[in-house]
Design a protein around this ligand. Structure first.
Ligand code: F6P
Length: 535
């Protein structure tokens, strides 16, 4: 499928991206896509007119538009789980009905949203209290999609956080919950158990620990619990009253779920109005994704740039580098969104993929990463396509000079990666320092930057709830488009099952109740080591 694009890539392999800027002084405009005030600049890549046309043709051949409408139309595009994929309905605030399986999902979404808003208001105002009065701390217990989204967004929107303190506990490592509980008073703490299935071992173990902690201090611990789940029977078995259970349907995938009940902790933190703005941002991006021509469509173009770098050029990883410290958890959030969605090995029809699936996604906020791993990005032997994110305006007007410094660093990195530094330039620098001859050249070689390294920049006015909604919906649709082009199911996650099964089986072996004799030699040795210290 990528053969003709690979031929184009080979034909331009020696071309420097700077040549494209020389040939087209308006390249930055011609190779950008925008939505409202947000701009995706992909001009600092080796994509030219010809390549872009071929990538767009690929999107058409793979029927991205028809698949997109199938998703929004409630078809069971998650075929291996026989489910629709309708997280977009959760943010369809003032939109039309959304049909799946013969029914409109919007009435129940609106009813649940109204209940969430009522509860969030009660928690924030003190209408709902703990045994010791007004709720001061909220602990969200969840993992994966039931943690990363609200945790990432709560940090991103900290300037809007005017509700109780929020804590996120995800790891089954008792250190996580122990460190959190130590900071809270059980009499003024609300525990939210966020789990789509309400069976996830980490979450249920932490939830039981939290219940025991509450039981030691309050007469009615269950009254200080809320649940976010599709499994109403299991939440009631846990003892949580139905008025504090916020349900959703199985057509909301875990990693796409922060727009609905899984976003309750965020809503309590920033308030229902700001949460609605977040939803409106996501909805606006949905409308753009459905209506904009492919070549002007920001999620589609971001996806095509990704396909170009990963499947065509073979760059195995993608760095996400937010120059926006509050987006510090975005790379972790995108790791789940992108790698759990598109880290697959067979196509929809169950055949082995004849090309690579999704890339390894990683990153850290700038400028911190500059003083850690950028060395490899600039001078390492592997090319790492970088995706920068940056806001024009910060939230600290009094620290405007710091924001300007941040932005200058962001722009400088993509410029350095584009331009590089030639051997001649490095030689001149060394000469100025007094080096001559062979020593000058040897030193110069260490100071050469190859440049010609591809980057994109997503620039937006300010990290508001609405813009965050746009950014997250943009990435969701990017993952969707990449998945459609790869011909895979982006909405299942069978690859997480084996480890869960083996962990369950290893439980009694690790605790010494069962023998490790059927395990491989390494596992037996690790168990023996563990038992030596545990006993
Ligand atoms: O194990 C992976 C996974 O199923 C994710 O897809 C999901 O987001 C996470 O576990 C948590 O699942 P749940 O919300 O059902 O507890």
């Amino acid at each position: 499928m990528f053969d003709s694009l690979k031929q184009k890539a080979t034909a331009v392999a020696d071309r420097h991206i700077l040549e494209l800027f020389d040939a087209d002084p308006a390249r930055a405009t011609h190779f950008s896509a925008s939505f409202e005030d947000m701009v995706l600049d992909y001009s600092k890549t080796n994509i030219d007119d010809d390549t872009r046309s071929a990538l767009l043709e690929l999107a058409r051949t793979q029927d991205v538009e028809a698949h997109r409408e199938a998703m929004f139309g409630g078809a069971h595009i998650n075929e291996t789980e026989d489910r629709a994929v309708l997280h977009t309905a959760l943010r369809n605030l003032d939109g039309d009905s959304v049909m799946t399986d013969g029914g409109d999902v919007m009435p129940s979404i609106r009813a649940t949203l109204a209940r969430m808003e009522g509860f969030a208001r009660d928690v924030r105002s003190g209408n709902y209290v703990g045994a010791g009065g007004q709720i001061r701390d909220v602990i969200n217990i969840g993992i994966g999609g039931s943690d990363l989204g609200p945790a990432m967004a709560t940090r991103a929107l900290s300037p809007y956080h005017d509700g109780p303190r929020l804590h996120f506990v995800s790891n089954v490592d008792g250190a996580d919950i122990a460190d959190t509980l130590r900071q809270c008073d059980p009499r003024t703490t609300l525990v939210i158990v966020a789990s789509k299935t309400f069976t996830t071992i980490e979450t249920m173990t932490n939830a039981r620990t939290a219940k025991a902690w509450l039981s030691d201090a309050v007469a009615d611990p269950a009254a200080q619990f809320a649940a976010l789940s599709t499994a109403a029977d299991k939440t009631s078995d846990f003892g949580i009253a139905p008025e504090r259970v916020f349900g959703f349907a199985d057509w909301v995938g875990g990693r796409y779920s922060m727009w609905g009940p899984i976003g309750l902790s965020l809503m309590i933190a920033i308030g229902p109005e700001a949460f609605a703005s977040f939803l409106r941002g996501g909805q606006a991006m949905d409308r753009h994704f459905r209506a904009a021509p492919l070549g002007e469509n920001v999620p589609v173009m971001l996806a095509l740039v990704g396909i170009w770098h990963n499947q065509v050029l073979g760059h195995a990883t993608r760095a996400v580098l937010p120059y926006d410290n509050r987006l510090g958890r975005l790379p972790a959030y995108l790791q789940q969104l992108e790698m759990e969605s598109n880290g697959k090995r067979v196509s929809m029809d169950g055949k082995d993929l004849p090309y690579d699936s999704g890339p390894v996604v990683w990153g850290e906020p700038g400028t911190n990463g500059q003083h850690a791993f950028y060395q490899l990005i600039h001078q390492g032997t592997r090319v790492v396509p970088c995706e920068f994110l940056v806001a024009a305006v910060g939230h600290e007007p009094e620290l405007r000079h710091q924001h300007e410094l941040l932005v200058a660093n962001c722009f400088a990195q993509s410029e350095a990666l584009l331009r590089g530094r030639s051997f001649d330039e490095a030689q001149a620098i060394m000469e100025k320092k007094g080096h001559t001859g062979e020593e000058r050249d040897r030193q110069a070689r260490h100071r050469v930057f190859p440049g010609n390294r591809p980057t994109t920049t997503l620039i937006y006015p300010k990290l508001t709830p609405e813009i965050l909604g746009q950014i997250i919906a943009l990435y969701e649709h990017r993952v969707f488009v990449e998945g459609v082009i790869l011909g895979i199911n982006s909405f299942d996650q069978w690859g997480v099952e084996l480890g869960k099964e083996l962990a369950t089986a290893l439980g009694p072996i690790v605790s010494g109740e069962a023998s490790a004799e059927n395990k491989d030699g390494s596992t037996q040795a690790l168990v023996a080591y563990f038992r030596r210290f545990a006993d």
